[in-house]
Design a protein around this ligand. Structure first.
Ligand SMILES: [Mn+2]
Length: 309
C-alpha cells in the first residue's frame, strides 16, 4: 500500500572483512528506527530478520571467500524482498554486508525490468575473483551486477547481467581505492560514477550533484533502488563503517544531505543500508545519528510521494 515501508534485517557477515555487522539490524531497531519512521508518517511492517550468518574466513576459497554462503543469503534476500514488493510496500533492507544488494536488485528486476540502481558507496566494488587480493565478496558487488565474477553470484537473478552499466549511477566513491582492474572494468562498461572528490570539489554543490545523479538515472528508469553503504562517509567524521575510509569520502553532513536528496526522488523503489558495524559504536551514538538521518530522509520520501496519495 502507499505509505507503507517493510523493514527487513539481513544480519549477515558472509561477504565481509570481519565480525560485527550481524548486529546492525538489532542495533537500528533498538535505536528506534521503527518508531522514528512511524513518527515521520510511514506505516511500518517489520518483516524481521533473516538468519544470522556470522563472520568466518574461508581458507579453501581464498579468492571468493564464503561464496556459497553469500549466494544463499542473496537468494534469501531476493525471496523476502520479492514478497515485500508483491505486497506493494517500499522495502527498507538493513544489512549486513553490501552483497545483499544483489538480492534486492534481483527481486526488483524480476518484477520491474526497468529498475535502476543508485550506488551510494565509498567504493565501486569492481573487483573480481581473478584479480582480487582479499577474496572478500563485498568488494565485488558491481562486478557481479554487471555479469562478471563468479557465475554462482552473477547468475542468480532473472537475467544476466542483472543490470547493464546504463542502469547504474555510482555516487561518492573514493577514487584512490580503485585499482587498475577496477578502472579497466569501469571504463569498458562506461559506468557512470561521481567520486567524492568531484562531489566535494571547491565550488561544487553536493546536493545539486546528488540531484543531478538521481535525475541522470531517472531519465530512463521509472524506479531505482538506493544502495547506501555508510562507508561513503569519512571515517574521521563517522567511524561506524565496517571497513574504514579515513580522510576520504563525504563529510557526515554532506552525506546526510545527499541521502535526503536521493530519497526525495519519486522513483525511489527501495533502500538498502549496509556495512553498519555496531562494534565500532560502543555507546550507540552513531547508530542513533544514522536512525535520525534515515528518518529525515525517508520522511522526505513520503512528502515527495504525497502523504495523502
Ligand atoms: Mn560497499
Amino acid at each position: 500500500m502507499a505509505g507503507e515501508i517493510a523493514l527487513l534485517g539481513v544480519p549477515s557477515c558472509a561477504g565481509t572483512h570481519g565480525p560485527g555487522q550481524e548486529k546492525a539490524p538489532a542495533a537500528l531497531r533498538d535505536a528506534g528506527l521503527i518508531e522514528r519512521l512511524t513518527a515521520a508518517g510511514w506505516k511500518v511492517a517489520d518483516h524481521g530478520d533473516l538468519p544470522v550468518v556470522p563472520f568466518r574466513t574461508d581458507p579453501a576459497h581464498r579468492t571468493s571467500q564464503n561464496l556459497d554462503r553469500v549466494a544463499e543469503v542473496v537468494e534469501a534476500v531476493a525471496v523476502a524482498v520479492g514478497d515485500i514488493l508483491d505486497e506493494g510496500a517500499l522495502p527498507l533492507v538493513v544489512g549486513g554486508d553490501c552483497t545483499i544488494t544483489l538480492g534486492v536488485v534481483a527481486a526488483q528486476i524480476a518484477r520491474h525490468p526497468w529498475t535502476g540502481l543508485l550506488y551510494f558507496d565509498g567504493d565501486l566494488d569492481l573487483s573480481v575473483p581473478e584479480t582480487t587480493r582479499s577474496g572478500i565478496l563485498d568488494t565485488m558487488v558491481l562486478s557481479h551486477l554487471l555479469g562478471e565474477g563468479a557465475p554462482e553470484l552473477y547468475g542468480l537473478g532473472p537475467r544476466t547481467p542483472l543490470l547493464p552499466a546504463s542502469g547504474i549511477v555510482a555516487f561518492g566513491h573514493d577514487p584512490a581505492e580503485l585499482n587498475a582492474s577496477g578502472r579497466e572494468r569501469m571504463t569498458r562498461h562506461g559506468l557512470r560514477a561521481h567520486p567524492c572528490t568531484e562531489v566535494t570539489a571547491p565550488g561544487a554543490d553536493p546536493v545539486s550533484a546528488a540531484r543531478a545523479a538521481r535525475e541522470e538515472l531517472a531519465a530512463d528508469h521509472d524506479r531505482f533502488v538506493l544502495h547506501f553503504d555508510v562507508d561513503v562517509i569519512d571515517s574521521v567524521d563517522f567511524p561506524l563503517a565496517n571497513f574504514p575510509h579515513f580522510n576520504e569520502g563525504l563529510p557526515l553532513n554532506v552525506a546526510r544531505d545527499c541521502l535526503t536528496e536521493f530519497c526525495s526522488a519519486p522513483q525511489l523503489a527501495g533502500l538498502v543500508v549496509t556495512e553498519v558495524n555496531p562494534d565500532r559504536d560502543p555507546d550507540g551514538a552513531m547508530v542513533r545519528i544514522l536512525v535520525d538521518a534515515l528518518a529525515e530522509a525517508l520522511g522526505g520520501a513520503l512528502d515527495a510521494r504525497g502523504r495523502h496519495a
